[in-house]
Design a binder for this molecule. Structure first.
Ligand code: FAD
Length: 397
């Protein structure tokens, strides 16, 4: 079978003949069929290489299928499409979770990606000049491999003294779906990133007694500035030094967001762009949380010092009783288990040193492992095209 693909949007020197997917003869094995795996597969196949995508679940975009119900893209659709296929005109500016899933399905269909489902890759090891990808009955050997397994399997769940004695429930934000189980309860959301801010808002909109625990200074951006998505401003300024870009934007952001101090929050001393670049933390794009803090529907507390049976003690000496705690404390990807022998490609926590380009292991690539001030989907698309070019060079010598 030979397929024709749309070539003009890839921004790569592409071939019109795309080889069929073949488990035996893959040039590149891709682990994961989320946005990164699909973008890499389409970009690599567009260069004429044979690709096999191995996905442990039974559908593309598995992680987006299980995100919380209320979720919409925080980044606008114009800046969130993957290589070769923009998000549909009919979608709203900030597509819903279901629309993102639908888009990923169309993406796989458009480029005939046909991942192998139920292929849970357990290890990736060098075998001479090839890579041995071990996924039970779906194991294969290929000269190049892209690890596009995302962050979702690595929720970061800190612990505090006294936590074992706590009688309420504790879940990570990745397990939160909707407010229904929390009706009539007092809920503490720990962390004020995009998930924490939106989950607190989701609960407050249903009239649930919700508090945030915010341990340190924050950066908060309006989702739009002067009618344009904030991401468009960031992208327009991406070639400016981070410090200058933060300096230019500070007055407009302060005007749009208002005083944080009055809300019990502290603005970070470094601007949003430097915060992402220096700490990897993404600023909160406000979708309505601040208004709920202002009207008192969401209460703000300091960081947690310790748990007790009925609630928590905060670091400012205050105490609160809570029936449930939701840890919106982020994710920390860890490649150690998947790549036990390639220890030079990740740090001592398992975080890859390089994403979207050649690693110190020839033919091994990671996609989607950095946080970007310009949107993760957009960054994934850029990385995918870069990986495709390097994979072609590697495979074809
Ligand atoms: C709540 C939330 C909201 C976000 N909103 C935005 C947004 O608005 N805009 C934006 O740009 N970014 C956003 N992001 C960040 C990022 O764009 C998404 O997380 C995106 O899904 C990352 O794509 P990915 O393919 O790298 O990872 P994932 O979507 O996590 O996909 C990884 C895939 O790999 C599979 N997999 C994992 N391990 C294995 C294995 N061992 N073998 C086989 N398959 C495996 C998984 O099943 C999954 O299908 C958001 C993230 C979160 C958590």
């Amino acid at each position: 079978m030979v397929n024709l693909v749309a070539t003009r949007d890839f921004g790569l020197k592409t071939t019109h003949l795309v080889p069929e997917i073949n488990m035996e003869n893959a040039d590149v094995a891709i682990v994961g069929a989320g946005p990164a795996g699909l973008a890499c597969a389409a970009s690599i196949r567009a260069l004429g290489l044979r690709v096999t995508v191995l996905e442990k679940s039974d559908a593309v975009g598995a992680v987006w299928r299980r995100h919380y119900d209320r979720l919409h893209l925080h980044t606008d659709k114009g800046n969130s499409g993957l290589p070769g296929l923009p998000m549909p005109h009919s979608y709203p500016r900030y597509p819903s979770r279901a629309q993102v899933v639908q888009y990923l399905e169309s993406y796989a269909k458009q480029f005939n990606l046909e991942p192998v489902f139920g292929a849970n890759v357990r290890s990736v090891r060098r075998e001479g000049s090839n890579w041995q990808i071990e996924a039970g009955e779906h194991s294969l050997v290929a000269p190049a491999v892209v690890v596009a397994t995302g962050w979702a399997d690595f929720p970061y769940e800190p612990t505090w003294p006294g936590q074992d004695s706590y009688q309420g429930s504790i879940i990570h934000s990745s397990a939160y779906r909707n407010p229904a189980p929390y009706a009539g309860k007092r809920v503490l959301v720990v962390g004020f990133g995009n998930s924490g801010g939106e989950i607190a808002l989701d609960l407050a909109e249903k009239g649930i007694d919700v508090s945030l625990s915010v341990r340190g200074p924050v950066q908060i951006l309006p989702r739009e500035l002067l009618g344009l998505p904030i991401l468009s401003w960031a992208i327009a300024q991406r070639h400016l030094p981070a410090r200058l870009s933060d300096f230019i934007n500070a007055p407009a952001i302060r005007l749009a967001v208002g005083s944080l101090r009055k809300l019990g929050l502290q603005r970070a001393s470094i601007g949003p762009r430097r915060m992402v670049e220096q700490t990897g933390r993404v600023p909160l794009l406000d979708v309505g949380t601040l208004a709920k803090i202002r009207d008192g529907s969401i209460k703000v507390n300091a960081g947690i010092e310790r748990f007790e049976p009925g609630g928590v003690h905060f670091s400012d000496g205050k105490q609160g009783n809570f029936d449930a705690v939701i840890l919106a404390t982020g994710f920390r990807p860890d490649a150690r288990k998947l790549l036990p022998e390639s220890t030079g490609v990740y740090d001592d926590t398992g975080k890859p040193f390089v994403t979207g380009g050649p690693t110190s292991e020839p033919g091994l690539f990671f996609c989607g492992f950095i946080t970007s001030p310009n949107g993760q989907f957009r960054e994934i698309g850029i990385e995918a095209k870069r990986i495709a070019a390097h994979a072609l060079r590697h495979v074809r010598g």
